[in-house]
Design a protein around this ligand. Structure first.
Ligand SMILES: [Zn+2]
Length: 351
């Protein structure tokens, strides 16, 4: 975001906070249910690799403060409680809020879980099963890692007979290239995406592998940790595909494998049958009716998007809205966003 826009945004948020707009909005939205989503967590303020990960690893101190605030101001319910009430036409508790985490990072257990336990807060973790099961790193993380450690230089890569020029002379240029690569390969079929990433890793001579030097933020949960969290019934588990594939780019065969294999692996390891699901990437372009119908056939209980907004009894259970929380957000932005302020701004800007 250009600096002028960032400053304007900060001023709008600060003024609205000062005039207590969040209190008014929180009350206005008290009958709706909001679902927050997180990814990983980090212990350090300036983790070198976090810088390249689009702020998806939240400082654990921030998470702790957020949970204490939410525990005070909201009714934190489990996703299952919400789905059951939705199906039975029951009313949701006022100020209902649900915590979710995507992908299956180790830090969900090592850093976030002790806080959830201490405050008795339920959460749902959506697992990418090849990440947890086979320690196959997430494709987004592989790209980030390869670029983060690349020697400062210009590089050339062939994509569909076109030459892609990568200017990686400093960290800012690396971040720009990272954005470009991610948006380019997101729309590729799964096989081509993985082929591209393998070529990128060999060009930049950096491959994310599992050893004692692997940066902690990239590590997955293991099944023992998942089982320990599930046993206490505070954490529940959902599916997030097998390889974090963008489902609308999968062939029918790949789609079936991504959804059914993930479910089979999770069920085998935690012995729970009815699982919720979260679409990788989760925007309106990342799912469709065919995918939803297959999720229903497989007996997934609901599906969560990353589309911003609140949920009520009319919201389609396979198009649930969520609100993202990441490390870019300061305290004011967090309070304002969960009150519904960002969603309101987005809607006003569309008019
Ligand atoms: Zn994800």
């Amino acid at each position: 975001m250009p600096p002028v826009k960032i400053i304007t945004k900060k001023i709008i948020y600060k003024l609205s906070y000062y005039f207590q707009i969040h209190r008014f909005l929180r009350n206005l939205n008290k009958n709706k249910v909001q679902i927050l989503f997180y990814h990983g967590f980090s212990n350090e303020k300036n983790n070198f690799f976090s810088k390249f990960s689009d702020s998806k690893h939240l400082q654990i101190k921030k998470f702790h403060s957020q949970m204490k605030y939410l525990k005070n101001k909201y009714n934190i319910i489990s996703l299952k409680q919400f789905v059951d009430s939705h199906k039975n036409g029951k009313k949701f508790p006022l100020y209902s809020l649900i915590i979710t985490m995507d992908d299956g990072y180790l830090s969900n257990y090592s850093l976030a879980y002790p806080i959830l336990k201490k405050l008795n807060i339920p959460a749902t973790i959506f697992l990418t099963t090849s990440f947890v099961n086979q320690k196959e790193f997430l494709w987004m993380d592989r790209v980030e890692y390869a670029l983060a450690l690349a020697r400062p230089n210009h590089y050339r890569l062939n994509v569909h007979d076109q030459k892609l020029l990568l200017d990686l002379r400093n960290d800012d240029l690396k971040l720009k290239s990272l954005k470009k690569i991610k948006s380019l390969i997101k729309s590729e079929p799964q096989g081509l995406r993985l082929k591209f990433i393998a070529e990128l890793e060999s060009l930049l001579k950096n491959k994310l592998t599992l050893n004692e030097k692997t940066p902690e933020i990239y590590l997955p949960l293991d099944w023992h940790q998942v089982q320990k969290m599930v046993e206490k019934e505070l954490v529940s588990i959902g599916g997030h595909t097998h390889t974090h594939a963008i489902l609308t780019k999968c062939s029918p065969k790949e789609l079936k494998k991504e959804l059914s294999l993930a479910k089979k692996i999770i069920e085998k390891n935690i012995k729970i049958k009815l699982l919720p699901f979260a679409y990788p990437n989760g925007t309106v372009k990342d799912f469709n009716k065919q995918i939803q119908s297959y999720l229903k056939q497989l007996n997934y209980s609901c599906a969560l998007t990353t589309m911003s907004g609140f949920n009520n009894k009319k919201t389609d259970l396979f198009e649930l809205r969520r609100i993202a929380v990441d490390d870019r957000m300061d305290w004011i932005e967090f309070i304002m966003n969960i009150s519904g302020f960002r969603y309101l701004l987005l809607r006003l800007l569309k008019i």
